[in-house]
Ligand binder design. Structure first.
Ligand code: G3P
Ligand code: CA
Ligand code: CA
Ligand code: CA
Length: 243
């Protein structure tokens, strides 16, 4: 498989390949065009898996525009990796500026992907991102992160004050589930301790019952009236790397 991507040869010894970016083009658009990491077909209980891009082999986007739209390359499912690195980069920035301008950069170092056959496609086959798959207490796994830019305190401050009370910063977490049994893919930078994960976790299935249709999307409910996340994090693409 031949494809163009971006590599980070600096962080913690380098060798990181960009495999995907999760970009929210319209936080008011609830599972509308551009919400590839949740659903582009509206908030719909009949589409519990949404567009299924966490667990299929579709690819989309281009590396040059990974901060302007969603990106997924074959590395997402082809690479057998051990660790992940994540950069939260302000929208539309060109790739020469990603590293310096990122609001957060961090990576894992415990080889957790080896537990899931080496990539997120396999992990999400084990933990489906699907509405009504399970209850909030049956979240997927969380792993500690090492910060390359930012820290636990700055991670906390990116989210709404009342959201901060229901997560612990310093982790990457997978397949969160909220009070209404909606599933989210990644809580990047945090480990949920509560069940309103829609305000700080990204990606999802195709149905979020609360406030229908106010919580469906790639950044599902970063704009909820009482729990508005910072503009910084809401307008930053989440770049996912493997090593
Ligand atoms: O997700 C938050 C919602 O379930 C209730 O929010 O802040 O109005 O209690 P709030
Ligand atoms: Ca949206
Ligand atoms: Ca998107
Ligand atoms: Ca809620």
């Amino acid at each position: 498989m031949v494809y163009q991507t971006f590599c980070d040869m600096t962080t913690a010894g380098g060798g990181w390949t960009l495999v995907a970016s999760v970009h929210e083009n319209n936080v008011n658009g609830k599972c509308t065009v551009g919400d590839r990491w949740s659903s582009q077909q509206g908030n719909d209980p009949n589409r519990p898996d949404g567009d299924e891009n966490w667990s299929n082999r579709n690819t989309f986007g281009a590396v040059e525009s990974a901060t302007s739209d969603d990106f997924k390359n074959p590395g997402y499912y082809d690479i057998v990796a051990e660790d992940m690195s994540v950069w939260h980069v302000p929208n539309t920035l060109p790739l020469e500026q990603w590293s310096l301008a990122a609001i957060l950069r961090y990576h894992t170092n415990n080889r957790f992907l080896s537990l899931y056959r080496g990539n997120l496609l396999q992990l999400f086959k084990q933990y489906p991102v699907r509405y009504n798959i399970d209850s909030c207490s049956n979240r997927g796994p969380s792993f500690p992160i090492v910060y390359d830019h930012g820290d636990k305190e700055s991670t906390k401050m990116l989210y709404a004050a009342n959201s901060r009370a229901e997560f612990e910063p310093g982790f990457i977490s997978f397949r969160a589930i909220n009070n209404e049994r909606a599933a989210m893919a990644i809580c990047s930078g945090v480990k949920p301790t509560g069940c309103n994960t829609e305000h700080y976790c990204i990606g999802g299935g195709g149905y979020f019952p609360e406030g229908h249709p106010k919580q469906c999307g790639d950044f599902p409910s970063f704009d909820w009236l009482t729990r508005i996340a910072s503009k910084e994090v809401t307008e930053a693409a989440v770049l996912l790397f493997y090593r």
